[in-house]
Ligand binder design. Structure first.
Ligand code: NCD
Length: 316
C-alpha cells in the first residue's frame, strides 16, 4: 500500500489509499502551528505559481486555498467565468493550454461538471487539484472533515458516521463516504428516499460498507459523528420533496432531535448552511457543533495538499 502521496494530482478520494490519506493529514498537522503565529508565513513554496479556476460559487474553499497558498509564500492568481475569455467562446481546454504555457505549478479547479478536473489533469503536466466537480468529489473537504473528527475523537476507526440529507447531489457526501470507510469508520446515509435512491447508491459504493436508512430518529442514537448536508437546491431539477418546511420537519436537525444522541456526538456541516432548514440555529451555534473547526482545519489541509503537489520534483 502506498504510504506517501506521490500522485501528480488530487482528483478524488476514491483513488487514494489509507496511507496516502494519512500522509496528507500528518503534513496538515505539521502546518497548524504556522496558522497560530503572529506572522503567518513560511517560505516553503516561494517561487511557485498557483492558478485557481472557480467556475462555480465558493466562499470557504476558494478563500481557504488562497490563504493556504499565501501562507506558504506561493504566488496565487485566480480567474472565474465572468472575467475569463470563456465568455468570448474559448473552450476550457484551450484556456488551460494557454495558462499552462505561462508555466504554473498547480491548477485548482472547481466546475459544475463532474470529471472536468480529471480531463484537465490528463492533458497537462501541471498538478491539478479538484476543488469540487459537479456531484462527483470534493477531496479537500473530506480530508478536512477527517482531520476535524481526528481532533475530537482521536481516531476514526470504528466510529459511526451518520450523513443526513441531500446525498444524491452531494460531492461532499461522496468524498466523505470514501474517506471515512477507508479510515475504518462505519457510514450510514439518511434522507428522504428521493434524495437517497438505493439503485444509484449501490452502483456508486459497491465494495464499501455503507448502510442506508430512512429513519432519522432511529439512526441518531447510534451515531458518533453527524454530518449534515446542504440541500443543493441549485442542482435539483425536479421536486424532490413537497416543501422546505416539510423537509425540515422530517429531516432537519434540531436540539430536540438530538436529545437521544450520544453525549459526545459531534455535528458537522460543510457550509454554506441553509439556516433553519437542514440545521437549526441552536445546533449550529451549540456545544456539539464543530462546523467552524472544519473551516479552520481547511487551511492546514490545503497547505498540506499544495505543499505535496507544488514541490513535486523540486529539491527543497
Ligand atoms: C460544498 C460544495 O461546494 O461542495 N461547500 C464547500 O465547499 N464547503 C458543499 C455545498 O455546497 O453544499
Amino acid at each position: 500500500m502506498e504510504t506517501h502521496y506521490r500522485k501528480k494530482d488530487l482528483l478524488g478520494i476514491e483513488e487514494l489509499s489509507r496511507g496516502e490519506i494519512e500522509h496528507i493529514l500528518e503534513i496538515a498537522k505539521s502546518f497548524r502551528e504556522v496558522n497560530e503565529r503572529a506572522i503567518k508565513k513560511v517560505p516553503t513554496l516561494r517561487g511557485k505559481t498557483i492558478v485557481s479556476l472557480f467556475y462555480e460559487p465558493s466562499t470557504r474553499t476558494k478563500m481557504s486555498f488562497e490563504i493556504a497558498a499565501k501562507r506558504l509564500s506561493a504566488d496565487t492568481y485566480s480567474i472565474s467565468t465572468t472575467t475569463s475569455s470563456m465568455v468570448k467562446g474559448e473552450t476550457f481546454l484551450d484556456t488551460i493550454k494557454n495558462l499552462e504555457a505561462m508555466k504554473p505549478d498547480v491548477f485548482i479547479i472547481r466546475h459544475s461538471q463532474s470529471g472536468i478536473p480529471h480531463r484537465i489533469a490528463s492533458i497537462t503536466p501541471v498538478s491539478v487539484i479538484n476543488a469540487g466537480d459537479g456531484q462527483h468529489e470534493h477531496p479537500s473537504q473530506a480530508l478536512l472533515d477527517l482531520l476535524t473528527v481526528l481532533d475530537h475523537r482521536g481516531s476514526v476507526e470504528g466510529l459511526e458516521l451518520l450523513i443526513v440529507g441531500d446525498v444524491l447531489h452531494s460531492r461532499v457526501a461522496r468524498s466523505n463516504i470514501w474517506a471515512f470507510t477507508k479510515m475504518g469508520a462505519k457510514v450510514t446515509l439518511c434522507g428522504p428516499p428521493t434524495l437517497l435512491p438505493l439503485n444509484t447508491l449501490e452502483k456508486l459504493f459497491y465494495g464499501t460498507q455503507v448502510k442506508v436508512t430512512y429513519d432519522l430518529d432511529g439512526a441518531i442514537p447510534e451515531a458518533d459523528v453527524l454530518m449534515v448536508l446542504r440541500l443543493q437546491l441549485e442542482r435539483q431539477k425536479l421536486s424532490f420533496f413537497p416543501s422546505l418546511r416539510e423537509y425540515s420537519l422530517l429531516y432537519g436537525i434540531n436540539s430536540r432531535r438530538l436529545q437521544r444522541a450520544k453525549k459526545d456526538l459531534i455535528v458537522m456541516h460543510p457550509g454554506p448552511i441553509n439556516r433553519g432548514v437542514e440545521l437549526s440555529s441552536d445546533v449550529i451555534d451549540g456545544a456539539r457543533s464543530v462546523i467552524l473547526d472544519q473551516v479552520t482545519n481547511g487551511v492546514s489541509v490545503r497547505m498540506a495538499i499544495l505543499y505535496i503537489l507544488a514541490q513535486r520534483g523540486s529539491e527543497l
